[in-house]
Design a protein around this ligand. Structure first.
Ligand code: AMP
Length: 416
């Protein structure tokens, strides 16, 4: 019977099969991060609202309209985290990590919250995993970041992935370019959508993302920042590309690439998947050399990315159902002493690393075999009156006597 309560709009429950598929993604990512020395950290699910206003940027869609902000009982404004980079930079400063040997390489995984219009691949609570490499401006760090995400998507077998690469230049170059872009937009105000027109002076880069025809026409002739890169910015971008070329990572330079957060400088990148509809990005990120200073710390260059677990799952599609672990079912139809023995045997098997279940519902022997079949048990342990036992192979139907005092070996053939 369904209750009148449902998961809130834009949220979802993770049921067992999906949880298994998520587990594989999380384990694969954790192994890749550990091999490259990116240590796992976790920050709270909510932060002071100001952290995101300063960090993500007041003109961004995220801060303007997508934050779940609330007041606590002391009148302090808090916000459910819409992204992970500003909180990690906050933690980096709060815990004096700028005094450690640099760069500090961190990874994270957890839920994030944005009040967006829900659709396939876009939720109000979603899950990201990501890395941050803080304290170096070396192009090696940019290339390493890109490669970690490329490796993750590759190892998971995400099909149809493409990498788009761009550069926004340093903060100064970006500032100069933005003036040029604003001038271009003002010169064509009449052709722009109202939304883009209203934000020419606050967030002109978003015009590259617009999908109305008028704005797209104007953007086709807009100056691009990749075209305007000079000096060290141009060298930095060339070196990132050379490193990716040397590593055999395929990419396409996209001079119109922009991201929805204000803090990016120099390298930005986006992994898109052609299996996904409108929300085609599985993960992306870039360099954010000004963010830590913006949050009150010393000038500290950094680079990182985040990938959406739900997007990865969607891109993997149905193919991705992981089989449940091999299971032993221990029948205990008679209750009493037999139940106690069944419990002891299940515990012994579990301690030996073998997935074992027993009937918890008082089923008949027949009912227990049905249940064993339902959960996909390979083997059923049948307890006989008087203490003996038999093993039934559920695939062949063969049944043989076993020595219950040696059950682990009996089941594994001595290989546990
Ligand atoms: P961002 O933090 O906006 O750079 O996004 C990084 C990644 O998080 C995206 O590539 C998506 O995979 C994922 N993502 C962002 N917003 C959402 C959302 N509302 N629902 C699901 N996934 C999201």
């Amino acid at each position: 019977m369904a209750s009148k309560y449902q998961a809130p709009r834009g949220t979802f429950d993770v049921l067992p099969e999906a949880a298994r598929a998520r587990g594989r993604i999380e384990r694969t990512a954790a192994a890749i991060f550990a091999r490259a020395g990116y240590e796992a950290v976790a920050t709270p699910a909510f932060e002071d609202t100001e952290l995101f206003e300063r960090g993500v940027g007041k003109s961004t869609d995220i801060v303007r309209k997508e934050m779940f902000t609330f007041e606590d009982k002391g009148g302090r404004s808090l916000t459910l985290r819409p992204e992970g980079t500003a909180p990690i930079c906050r933690a980096y400063l709060e815990h004096g990590m700028h005094k450690l040997a640099q760069p500090v390489k961190l990874s994270y995984l957890g839920p994030f919250f944005r009040h967006e219009r829900p659709q396939a691949g876009r939720y109000r609570q979603f899950h990201q995993l990501g890395v941050e490499c803080i304290g170096t401006d070396s192009p090696l760090a940019d290339a390493e970041a890109v490669m970690l995400l490329s490796d993750l998507l590759g190892e998971l077998g995400v099909p149809g992935v493409q990498l788009r690469l761009g550069s926004l230049g340093s903060l100064d170059a970006r500032r100069a370019y933005l003036e040029e872009l604003k001038a271009h937009l003002h010169a064509h105000e009449g052709e722009l959508s109202a939304d883009v027109r209203e934000r020419i002076d606050v967030n002109p880069l978003r015009a590259f993302d617009a999908d109305d025809e008028g704005t797209r026409g104007v953007m086709a002739s807009a100056p691009t920042i990749v075209g305007a890169l000079e000096g060290e910015d141009a060298e930095h971008f060339a070196e990132v590309r050379a490193l990716l070329d040397a590593a055999g990572v395929a990419y396409e330079v996209d001079p119109t690439l922009v991201r929805g957060l204000d803090y990016y400088t120099r390298t930005i990148f986006s992994f898109v998947c052609d299996q996904l509809g409108a929300q085609s990005e599985v993960g992306g990120g870039g360099r954010y050399d000004g963010l830590i200073e913006q949050l009150g710390g010393p000038a500290t260059p950094a680079v990182g990315w985040a990938a959406g677990i739900e997007r990865i799952l969607l891109a993997l599609g149905e193919a991705e159902a992981e089989p449940a672990p091999r299971r032993v079912f221990i029948s205990n139809a008679a209750g009493g002493a037999e139940s106690r023995l069944a419990m002891a045997l299940a515990t012994e098997l579990r301690h030996a690393g073998i997935a074992a279940e027993l009937d918890l519902a008082g089923r008949s022997v027949k009912g227990q075999f049905k249940q064993a079949d339902r959960i996909g048990a390979d083997v059923v342990v049948v307890l006989a009156e008087g203490g003996g036992g038999q093993l039934r192979d559920m695939r062949t139907g063969d049944q043989r006597d076993v020595d219950l005092s040696n059950l682990v070996d009996e089941i594994t053939g001595g290989e546990a």
